[in-house]
Design a protein around this ligand. Structure first.
Ligand code: ZN
Length: 374
């Protein structure tokens, strides 16, 4: 690890989102692990700031599998810092060992923020599941807020890039979506938006919305492959992974404010959701839901596995071709473990996810589909 004697800094800067706790909006800043504390590099007028390691608290203990860290500072109530980087979380755990799982278990809970603590206490009481305040708060998010967040996310993405509106293509997308969601309880349906972007990506937003990119449809070799990805994203939505990710990213005080009367919006929410990665456990669970939905819909799971292989193969092929799928590799790593599980799925009677005509319509639904990406 490089050491810069001038800044007393070890290692590089990490991208982070900072929330001051007074407004619901978070902003992007850079942080570094300096000798005595976290260095928050902020532009004028705030200036740089150091959060001493000893005054740091985390709502969830840092485990060795952490993929991100949501940190607050006892000296600055309400403010929070979200760093979506596992390597950062592990380095921080070494510098501030009181934030680790083991220390937190010994000490039980650290009082952090009264509003959040009350809600967490209620949520913990009703949820015997693994103690996760972010997930507990996400589960209490009113439908109105979910809907608003989903709309905001899709709107922010389609502002610069149009969504693909060709009628037969839209019909094919909704036919596939209906077929998959028919396996869900309670008649839950999803609204899927295809964005005219060349990079390969797919993600769920709160409020029963899912975004697919043109690049993903172009990359897929069949409608069954798209169906596998779509079923996986439905799995994330059902598990409230997008909501949980947002709560972690904006900080719990901001999330509470957003949910209870706050009129705030989440800045860059589309970009945030597109870049969020989930835990291995959340990925595995979304895969399980996907396999269940595919089987109920009578769509073969082979396409799902095929898509994993395709993404992996391109990732291995080198930086040039990996450019478009880099996001997919980072946010949904198709590990050997995942491929094994999908390959081991039940076999059952299956029909193609779409007719050949529908599949052609889906591939041609974007304005740029026939041209090179600009
Ligand atoms: Zn996923």
């Amino acid at each position: 690890m490089p050491y810069d004697s001038e800044t007393k800094m070890t290692g590089p800067y990490f991208e982070a989102r900072y929330s001051d706790g007074r407004t619901a909006a978070a902003r992007d800043i850079r942080v570094a692990l300096s000798k005595h504390g976290l260095l928050l590099r902020q532009d004028y007028p705030a200036g740089d700031e150091v959060w001493p390691y000893t005054s740091l608290t985390t709502a969830e203990p840092l485990s060795s599998h952490a993929i991100d860290a949501l940190i607050s500072n006892a000296a600055q109530p309400g403010a929070s810092l979200f760093v979506p980087n596992g390597s950062f979380a592990r380095q921080l755990a070494q510098l501030a060992p009181h934030l680790t799982t083991r220390a937190a278990r010994r000490r039980a809970a650290v009082p952090w923020l009264i509003t959040a603590a009350v809600i967490v206490a209620i949520a913990a009481a009703i949820s015997a599941a693994q103690f996760s305040p972010a997930r507990a708060i996400a589960s209490m998010m009113p439908d109105k807020v979910r809907k608003a967040l989903g709309n905001q996310a899709v709107r922010s993405l389609t502002k610069s890039k149009p969504s693909c509106m060709q009628a037969e293509g839209l019909a094919a997308v909704s036919a596939m979506t209906r077929r998959l969601s028919s396996g869900l309880d309670g008649g839950r349906t999803f609204n899927v938006t295809v964005v005219d972007l060349g990079l390969v990506n797919a993600f769920a937003t709160p409020g029963n919305r899912i975004v697919l990119t043109r690049g993903l449809i172009e990359k897929a070799g069949s409608a069954d492959e798209v169906a596998g990805v779509l079923a996986h994203e439905i799995g994330h939505a059902v598990a409230l992974d997008p909501e949980t990710g947002i709560v972690r990213a904006i900080g719990m005080s901001a999330a509470v404010e957003l949910m209870f009367g706050g009129s705030g919006t989440v800045s860059n929410i589309g970009v945030l959701l597109a870049q969020l990665s989930y835990t291995r456990q959340a990925e595995a669970q979304a895969d399980e839901t996907a396999l269940r939905l595919l089987e109920k819909a009578g769509i073969s799971a082979k396409g799902f596995g095929q898509f994993f292989r395709r993404v992996n193969k391109e990732g291995d092929a080198g930086s040039d071709s990996a450019g478009g799928i880099a996001g997919m590799l980072r946010t949904h790593p198709p590990t050997a473990e995942r491929i094994r599980r999908v390959d081991a799925a039940n076999t059952y009677r299956a029909t193609p996810a779409l007719s050949p005509e529908q599949w052609q319509a889906m591939k041609a639904m974007c304005p740029k589909a026939a041209k090179e990406d600009g």
